[in-house]
Design a protein around this ligand. Structure first.
Ligand code: GCU
Length: 341
């Protein structure tokens, strides 16, 4: 969707939401309770497809009572705004990266730690340990929301208007990072200048030369069209940062036991669907980026990048005791999986 189309759509949606906030009701014309979910991605993105599975499951089991509406493309605002709407109960769910949750619970800072996981296998194993993750998910309860499940958002690497082969190439470059202190420290330690901004602003910032590039998974090149303005993607693989499905607590607590279970099952199902779709789409995204957008994918010596930022592990652990337990736990998983793909 083009930015102007998006703008035209945002206003009516925002007006509808403020009307909703004023009347304080999520009741549809058919008497069903409307469940609203906001997310930041296109309708082709694995998260959207996972959320459609969530919607179908809830409506199949509880369709006489609930109707689920999904708002993609930052239509209800960016991640921070959507979290606020979920906090107040203006909407019921949002998907947000953990970088956006750091201000609500310190434990989420851990996912911004560069080279935290030894491999994608280790990352998936840690995230799929639902028993351990429950304690993490509960950490934002005091803020009025909690996480229900995670979505894979791949492995993040740098992409820019000029090729990056080693950290030396990053000197003098201005690169967008997520609004997280650890990500800012990471890019600065690698020798570039970190420029934090929200995801929706990145395309125009690269296009207009405000920044030289950014860092993300490969879908940012295609789904978000960043490959139109940045032609070199370097596989330094510095972070694996999950997205989270966040739910309003009051809404969850208003459900009876059976309903609550349906929502939990729908969330788990949405993750299963998203993970499968992710693997498929990453391969397709690379093909599209190379063949249709002229993006060059560059294999780099990741150790050169890792060396620059490893001291950040100790620094972060010192500063933030809330991440220590999870850090130790991830080390045991890393030891189990090593550097297997
Ligand atoms: C990915 C991720 C988003 C995140 C974005 C970003 O697209 O899925 O949750 O907001 O990166 O870099 O901001």
């Amino acid at each position: 969707m083009s930015i102007s189309v998006k703008r035209r759509l945002i206003l009516p949606v925002m007006l509808a939401l403020s009307a909703l906030a004023l009347t304080g009701c999520g009741q549809g014309a058919n008497g069903k309770r409307i469940i609203r979910i906001s997310h930041m991605q296109a309708e082709t993105h694995p998260e959207h497809i996972g959320l459609v599975a969530f919607k179908d499951y809830v409506e199949e089991k509880l369709g006489d009572k609930y109707e689920v509406q999904i708002f993609p493309n930052e239509l209800l605002g960016g991640a921070q705004r959507s979290i606020e709407l979920t906090q107040t109960g203006a909407i019921d769910f949002t998907v947000a990266g953990t970088a956006n949750l750091e201000t609500f619970a310190d434990v989420y800072e851990i996912y911004s730690m560069p080279y935290l996981f030894s491999s994608e296998k280790a990352y998936h194993a840690a995230m799929q340990d639902t028993d351990y993750m429950k304690t993490v998910y509960a950490s934002t309860e005091a803020s009025g929301f909690q996480v229900m499940t995670w979505y894979n958002a791949g492995t993040r690497s740098f992409y820019a208007k000029k090729a990056i082969y080693t950290p030396d190439d990053m000197k003098g470059m201005k690169l967008r990072v997520q609004q997280s202190p650890a990500s800012i420290a990471m890019v600065n330690a690698m020798g570039a200048a970190a420029s934090p901004m929200s995801f929706g602003e990145v395309y125009t910032a690269i296009q207009q030369g405000v920044i030289d590039g950014a860092e993300n998974n490969e879908l940012a090149l295609t789904n978000n069209k960043h490959g139109e303005v940045a032609k070199f993607y370097s596989y330094d693989m510095h972070q694996m940062i999950p997205d989270m499905l966040v739910a309003n607590r009051k809404f969850l607590n208003s459900l009876d036991e059976t309903e609550r279970q349906v929502f939990e099952e729908a969330a788990a199902l949405s993750t299963e669907v998203e993970l499968v779709e992710w693997e498929k789409q990453i391969e397709e995204a690379k093909e599209i980026a190379i063949n249709d957008m002229g993006v060059e994918f560059i294999e780099v010596d990741t150790d050169l990048f890792r060396e620059k930022v490893l001291p950040l592990h100790e620094e972060m652990l010192e500063k933030n005791p809330a991440i220590r337990d999870l850090y130790e736990y991830i080390q045991t998983i890393n030891a189990q999986y090593g550097e297997e793909e």
